[in-house]
Ligand binder design. Sequence first.
Ligand code: ADP
Ligand code: MG
Length: 364
Amino acid sequence: KQDGERDKDKADRATSEQVLDQRTRMILLQMINRGAVSEVHGAISTGKEANVYGAVSYDEETGAATQRAIKVYKTAILVFKDRERYITGEHRFKGGFDKGNNRKMVKLWAEKEYRNLRRIYNAGIPCPEPLALKLHVLVMGFLGDKKGWAYPRLRDANLKGDDVDQQWQSLYVQLLGTMRRMYQVCKLVHADLSEYNILYHDGKLYIIDVSQSVEPDHPRSLEFLRMDIKNVGDFFRRKGVDTLPDRAIFNFITVPEGPVEEPELAEAITKLYETRLAAANEEEAAAEEVDTEVFRNQYIPQTLEQVYDIEKDVKKLGLGEGNELVYSKLLADQVVAPKADGEGEDEDEEDSDDESGEGASLGS
Ligand code: ADP
Ligand code: MG
């Protein structure tokens, strides 16, 4: 290799390996100048796609310190390729992005995380408060104690007391309520929900890591939702929780009618348990299991384009054979492509420019 080329390689590598590259340091300095943070501390977490740092912000007048967390997306990596599936089909990012341009891509991810956090935070769901955003650097509220220790991930939560089983059960119910609230109020499917992206403190679950979250009109949102439901169920079953069938949860989350606030959400879930108990003989339980398996593998169309032969399907409906359609249940529940109506997005100028024609709904 030529000398110049080798130097450039070296420089590139240094940039990608250095904890904070020059650009990122510039951004942090700017944020310090503008008062978004006062000091940046060590890494809370170093991940494949991003590092999270602790930080402190001092109140100008009182000097009181407030903890912050700063998520810095890595610009020099290729793992973002995999993330394209979350962006493709997002009307908020219709222009798509230049796959060759990592910097643009990570900026987009940080932006997505910021906007999604804002929606979730505004809906009153426990999550970090989004505070500032600049390119691939996101400042948010710190979820942790006064000493700077972050709350544990749900995976590492160490529940105490003689009613631990009961605590797991109610955390499960809490999370299902949050998932419905996120879907109905925020118009978001987390799309990477698991015990790794939930923090636990004092009986409360905090949702984090939402850069990949999508709106219900994303062509794969219901597939992502189904995965989220599966991950959540698998985890809580390992904790000994008596979980509900995936399909029942899916309907609970997506059906438009019904509560979106506590305590009504928890009450609705209690009802789901009662319904299930009423149907609890062994045969039906077995059928339910098969049902869950089928459900997990089922193709769920969400938009008109995904219905292969509209005329034929309409004819079927006319002949009263609608329940033969794979999406019959969805038709009945009117949960096909719930329209994202831009709720809670008043501050998102960029969101409002291209919503026409989105979210074609079979249900209306
Ligand atoms: P990644 O994309 O690397 O998974 P996450 O957003 O999941 O990034 O954050 C990684 C880890 O950083 C989390 O598991 C959590 O321990 C910590 N973390 C993230 N955000 C915060 C926050 N606001 N407050 C405290 N800790 C946080
Ligand atoms: Mg994570």
